[in-house]
Design a protein around this ligand. Sequence first.
Ligand SMILES: C[S@@+](CC[C@H](N)C(=O)[O-])C[C@H]1O[C@@H](n2cnc3c(N)ncnc32)[C@H](O)[C@@H]1O
Length: 189
Amino acid sequence: MHQDNWAIKAKNQGYRSRAVYKLEELLDKTKFLKNSEIILDVGSSPGGWSQFLSINYPKKNIYAIDILEMKFIPGVDFYNVGIENIDTIKAIRKLKGHFNLVISDLAPNITGIRDVDEENTYNLNNLTIQLGHNYLNTHNGKIIIKTFQNTKLKTLRKDMSEYFKNINTFKPAASKTKSQEIYLCGEKK
Ligand SMILES: C[S@@+](CC[C@H](N)C(=O)[O-])C[C@H]1O[C@@H](n2cnc3c(N)ncnc32)[C@H](O)[C@@H]1O
């Protein structure tokens, strides 16, 4: 499908962003939703991913965080807090070790300076890996992390493999062809 058509489809279906179709494909390919009752959406605003889950899987418990505000979505427990401070959220902290799935579409503000952008992405991705390590259930925890094809990717995969196994890389059809964006998916070791 032409890239603009994903945005049109999202608008027609009442979704806040075209990103929903990336999540839909990732969940379809990984089957990560199976037995995932408690889900954490990291970098959730404007809310496409949370909205997709709340509409299609209303029985799941969805928690979401972002440094930007997110308009209310029924069934989604949103906190306007950065990943760096997630431990300050009592309701989420209480669920440490009980989350079944972490989905991260986190992206730093782009400066245009390649080295800086790569470093910022790498740091956010590593915080997400740590978060997955600390918050996911050891029996069936799974994680989806957005990152970019850059010079840090190999190191990032290695960092991820410390806590996660069966790591796969996906480039969803709704992701812009020109974009270096990819998603790493893994299961907790
Ligand atoms: C590509 S958007 C996410 C889109 C979302 N998945 C959707 O479907 O609507 C990336 C988000 O990451 C958030 N973000 C960036 N740095 C963050 C941080 N340190 N902590 C939490 N969220 C952050 C941004 O504010 C932005 O809303």
